[in-house]
Design a protein around this ligand. Structure first.
Ligand SMILES: Cc1cc2nc3c(=O)[nH]c(=O)nc-3n(C[C@H](O)[C@H](O)[C@H](O)COP(=O)(O)OP(=O)(O)OC[C@H]3O[C@@H](n4cnc5c(N)ncnc54)[C@H](O)[C@@H]3O)c2cc1C
Ligand SMILES: *[C@@H]1O[C@H](CO)[C@@H](O)[C@H](O)[C@H]1NC(C)=O
Ligand SMILES: *[C@@H]1O[C@H](CO)[C@@H](O)[C@H](O)[C@H]1NC(C)=O
Ligand SMILES: *[C@@H]1O[C@H](CO)[C@@H](O)[C@H](O)[C@H]1NC(C)=O
Length: 532
């Protein structure tokens, strides 16, 4: 039996001083793949959390409102903002604390859901919750996978459903000001006559506020970058109700700390984002979508990193394994039967001549990795169908669930050159679980996902899935990668975050949290543990 890597305290300290010791040399990858599936794994999470309690950031355990205080707060808010602002309807509470596709579901639900109509109302809600010490959990599209909108400490979910307006479009400045509940898909649709679009494309039901919350990306990120690259300024309501603006309008500014960046990816733990100014991009002249098959997932991943290294400006490059292709076939949404082998989806965009050239480059590199022929979508409708098959992969997988089953979907990212290695091992380990499981992802960013269909009521099955996922995350860290490329930390990856960055770095994050939210009211328990 091979000796498998356990992350020790010493390694945690090493990684925090960025002296990276790479365990996964290509030789070891091969050796490891030959042995996976056998033997136990020592997982060092407990070490990490014990360490964390020695944190130098002084903080005491927060005291949250009692039930009677909560009722006082609700009465106060209802009389000030109207009865309808606060809901305690059971179904409403359930919808705001539980998700079918999240990796962790816990029993605690929010106690109330607030529906503000403006930044001022959010500010009033925050001020009252602050006065009574009630946890607040921002909620936009509710499509996040880790970065949870769930309420482990109860409290008030703040749903932006009524703040869904596109406020101003500045065509000549190529920017737009929106409220948090604007869905990216309808934003794109409403502004298309301007010749502009917003290129960040996470889950189809995501909204801009939540997209800021998770610092999301999507299939277009390989060409256009992630959410961070597209936000110009933010209006934020802090935990005590103060309203701040992070900066002015120009595309660049060197004025002070970058607070815009601080709030992006903070998962609602630092404040409520109530207004967002986004950059826009010009819709390209020509777009085409193509599909290429590969004999193995390793060949596909290797072709992907060659394509990136050759500097071919693909608009998107996605990988799906044979399992995911079978899911597409089973769901039948593309009106076509695909070969059930590892497949890459490409989007090319730009001028006609540019697209032609890029297609040729990609085809040549793919052939060197024993690809099949490149098949193009015959029409715009077929291209859309193909692309939505990719975007909705998770939903398709959900639709195949049997009684009692859930999908665990999680992501990691590694440096591009390590992709073939990590994908190959992770896929092999997943296959050995004997469950319905697949690899897919934004391969051009070194970012991929594992989705596993399992029975969460079976403790043995749940434990083996959990181990498999932990091993993938640890492996990504060993390869100098990150425990999440886009879904965020939420509740489930807090220990991995400690391993990834080291305790000194986590302590700086705690100091920031402590400074902006000393009573730990904003989305408590996410990203960082609440002080005990
Ligand atoms: C089918 C499917 C495909 C997906 N594909 C991708 C993908 O390709 N790339 C990707 O990155 N993600 C993907 N996701 C995940 C998800 O779409 C993103 O995480 C998205 O950014 C979440 O947006 P939301 O509006 O649904 O956020 P929510 O789930 O409502 O919230 C996300 C987080 O932000 C916080 N938050 C919400 N609103 C605010 C606010 N106004 N102010 C402050 N904090 C706030 C919440 O508290 C929570 O912590 C996918 C999900 C699904 C279901
Ligand atoms: C947004 O809309 C434009 C134009 O309608 C379209 O070309 C583009 O593919 C859309 N972008 C996304 C991310 O869906
Ligand atoms: C943020 O940008 C928007 C749109 O460009 C602008 O109207 C607004 O004034 C800016 N915010 C601040 C504080 O300047
Ligand atoms: C500040 O952060 C925003 C959001 O991440 C980013 O788009 C912008 O480029 C950053 N500005 C500077 C000057 O770094």
């Amino acid at each position: 039996m091979p000796v498998q890597p356990a992350i020790s305290k010493r390694q945690i300290q090493q990684s925090s001083t960025s002296r990276t010791v790479s365990f996964w040399t290509p030789g070891r990858v091969l050796l490891f793949s030959a042995f996976v599936g056998s033997g136990a794994y020592l997982y060092g999470v407990n070490d990490a959390s014990r360490y964390l309690s020695k944190s130098w950031v002084r903080s005491t355990a927060p005291q949250y409102a009692s039930k009677s205080k909560l009722e006082l707060a609700m009465r106060e808010l209802r009389s000030e903002l109207g009865e309808d602002t606060i809901s305690t309807d059971d179904e409403d509470l359930h919808r705001h604390g539980f998700s079918e596709w999240s990796s962790i579901n816990i029993d605690q639900l929010p106690v109330a859901v607030a529906y503000p109509q403006s930044t001022e109302e959010v500010s009033r809600i925050a001020a009252v919750c602050h006065k009574y010490r009630i946890p607040m959990i921002p909620y936009s599209g509710g499509s996040s996978l880790e970065a949870n909108f769930s309420a482990p400490f109860g409290g008030m979910s703040v749903d932006f459903a009524h703040m869904d307006q596109i406020l101003t479009l500045h065509e000549d400045d190529m920017d737009v000001v929106v409220q948090p509940s604007v869905p990216w898909m309808s934003l794109n649709e409403s502004i298309k006559s301007s010749g502009l679009f917003f290129p960040v494309d996470p889950g189809p039901s995501a909204r801009i506020g939540g997209m800021v919350g998770t610092s999301c990306s999507g299939t277009n990120a390989v060409r256009y970058g992630t959410m961070k690259d597209w936000v110009i300024n933010l209006t934020v309501v802090l935990a005590d109700g103060r309203v701040i603006k992070t900066r002015r309008r120009p595309r660049k500014s060197a004025a002070g700390y970058n607070l815009t960046n601080l709030f992006i990816g903070s998962e609602g733990t630092l404040g409520f984002v109530t207004e967002i100014t986004l950059k826009l991009a010009v819709i390209p002249q020509e777009t085409s979508v193509a599909v290429v098959t590969f004999p193995s997932i390793r060949e596909a991943a290797a072709a992907a990193s060659r394509i990136m290294r050759a500097g071919v400006p693909v608009a998107a490059m996605e990988i799906m394994d044979e399992v995911q292709m079978s899911v597409i076939n089973k769901c039948g949404s593309t009106g076509k039967v695909w070969k059930e082998v590892p497949t890459m989806f490409f989007k090319f965009s730009g001028t006609k001549a540019g697209v032609r050239e890029n297609v040729k480059l990609v085809r040549d590199i793919s052939r060197q990795h024993r690809s099949g022929d490149m098949e193009f979508a015959a029409s715009g409708a077929e291209a859309t169908a193909l692309w939505s098959a990719r975007k909705e992969a998770l939903w398709s997988m959900l639709s195949l669930r049997k009684e009692g089953q859930e999908v665990w979907s999680t992501d990691v990212a590694v440096p591009l050159s390590r992709l073939p290695d990590i994908i190959e091992i992770s896929k092999k380990e997943m296959d050995d679980l004997g469950l319905f499981a697949s690899v897919l992802g934004h391969i051009g960013d070194g970012n991929f996902h594992e989705s596993i269909l399992y029975n969460s009521k079976d403790p043995k099955e749940r434990a083996s899935v959990e181990q498999c996922i932990h091993r993938m995350v640890d492996r990504a860290l060993e390869m100098d990668g990150t425990c999440t490329g886009e879904h965020g930390i939420g509740l489930g990856k807090k220990d991995s975050l400690v391993k990834e960055l080291g305790l000194e770095t986590i302590d700086v994050m705690r100091s920031v949290k402590q400074a902006l939210d000393p009573y730990w009211l904003m989305n408590p328990g996410k990203i960082l543990d609440v002080p005990e």
